[in-house]
Design a protein around this ligand. Structure first.
Ligand SMILES: [Ca+2]
Ligand SMILES: [Ca+2]
Ligand SMILES: [Ca+2]
Length: 132
């Protein structure tokens, strides 16, 4: 079982992403389930330990980390547990302005330089992916 969902990198803290669900064949109270999240980046998300609802827990950035692969763990009162993968993809938003790659362009030109000589290649980059 793998849960997966793509959300915008601009999704605010507290927003619903998805809900995981496990069952326990014992009778109450041995069937009471507690949910938790594990794995690199799990601190950026929250899970309701009773309902399994996963929400955004912090500011997200697809430009530095476009995909999180987490583990959702369901445990009962005695620590019997199972886990399932949770793939959360972050969709790019146009949230970065272009920035110049060098702060100062210093070009010295000889008086003999012909008019059409390419003086300097000024480059700008935009950290957003693709067509942003
Ligand atoms: Ca149980
Ligand atoms: Ca970003
Ligand atoms: Ca972006």
């Amino acid at each position: 079982m793998v849960y997966s969902e793509d959300i915008s990198e601009a999704t605010p803290k507290g927003e619903y992403i998805l809900q995981v669900s496990a069952t326990d064949a014992d009778d109450e109270p041995n069937a009471a389930i507690t949910y938790s999240l594990q794995g690199a980046g799990s601190e950026l998300f929250s899970i309701d330990e009773e309902t399994g609802v996963v929400t955004v827990g912090d500011i997200l950035d697809s430009d530095t980390h476009p995909l999180y692969q987490l583990e959702a763990v369901a445990s009962d009162v005695d620590g019997n547990s199972c886990s399932s993968w949770l793939m959360i993809g972050l969709l790019d938003e146009n949230d970065n302005p272009p920035i110049f790659t060098e702060a100062v362009y210093n070009v010295s030109v000889s008086e003999n330089t012909t008019v059409n000589t390419l003086l300097s290649r000024v480059q700008a980059v935009d950290p957003d992916a693709g067509m942003s």
